[in-house]
Design a protein around this ligand. Structure first.
Ligand code: AMP
Length: 254
């Protein structure tokens, strides 16, 4: 696996799959690498904690980072090229062009500027790497929906693939932020996937999820439309950690 830090050093050919990540890699990221490995000739993963998509500086500062471990994980999953740019490489002095995203509700309302940062960094990565396919997780369902719309609206020549959420055996969705939960917080966090799963079978899933969150205060509970699927999504704050999750209401993830 080649580790590349500078854009001009990237020499990529073949049918290319791109997996954008912010590192602190876990089995959710591994599932994306495996799908890309199975479907593409060349697999490129990016490791970049994108300052532009953080609405809270404290969240950015506390984001877990371990490049050495992440590189070993990516290599073990057959990634060909690991792109690890600096913030200056992606946002050099004078940078001033952004992808504006129409109002998305839910995550977009809860985190002003978040999807503008996500869309901008992803379009930059698409232009730099030129993948035929880019891989994203259902866990960040609205992110996937926003990127599908960016690709459609701007006629970008790639396909956005979405893969199902990978969970711990007890149901908690894997997230780089889970390491910040204490044992007690982690136990309380289980109410999120449980409430969503139970509520998805009800006539009014939003009200049902709110009623079953077991004392967790939701930032939102909303239905997200992914085009080929509708999802019941929620965000909660447990201590200082913010967690999001969603379950399928109808359709399929692709
Ligand atoms: P992140 O490093 O958190 O920005 O995530 C990089 C990619 O991995 C995004 O497309 C996420 O949706 C995806 N991802 C994160 N957690 C999971 C998970 N538990 N299952 C599947 N995909 C995930």
């Amino acid at each position: 696996m080649k580790v590349v830090r500078h854009i001009p050093d990237l020499h990529i050919s073949g049918y290319v799959g791109l997996v954008p990540t912010m590192g602190a890699l876990h089995d959710g990221h591994r599932a994306l690498f495996r799908a890309a490995r199975a479907e593409c000739e060349t697999v490129v993963a990016s490791l970049f904690v994108n300052p532009a998509q953080f609405d809270q500086q404290s969240d950015l500062a506390a984001y877990p980072r371990d490049e050495e471990r992440d590189a070993a994980t990516a290599e073990a999953e057959g990634v060909d090229v690991l792109f690890v740019p600096s913030a200056e490489e992606m946002y050099p002095r004078g940078f001033g062009t952004w992808i504006g995203v129409a109002d998305t509700g839910a995550e977009g309302d809860a985190r002003p500027g978040h999807f503008r940062g996500v869309a901008t960094i992803c379009v930059k990565l698409f232009n730099i790497v030129r993948p035929q396919r880019a891989y994203f997780g259902q866990k960040d369902a609205q992110q996937a929906a926003v990127l599908r719309r960016v690709v459609r609206d701007l006629n970008l020549p790639l396909q956005i693939r979405v893969l199902p959420t990978v969970r711990d055996p007890d149901g908690l969705a894997l997230s780089s932020r889970n390491v910040r939960l204490s044992a007690d917080e982690r136990a309380r966090a289980l109410a999120l996937p449980r409430a969503l799963l139970a509520a998805a079978r009800e006539a009014d899933p939003i009200a049902a999820a709110r009623a079953q969150l077991n004392g967790l205060e939701p930032e939102y509970v909303e239905v997200v439309d992914l085009g080929d699927a509708r999802l019941l999504a929620a965000a909660v704050r447990i201590g200082t950690t913010r967690l999001i999750d969603n379950v399928l209401l109808e359709g399929e993830i692709s």
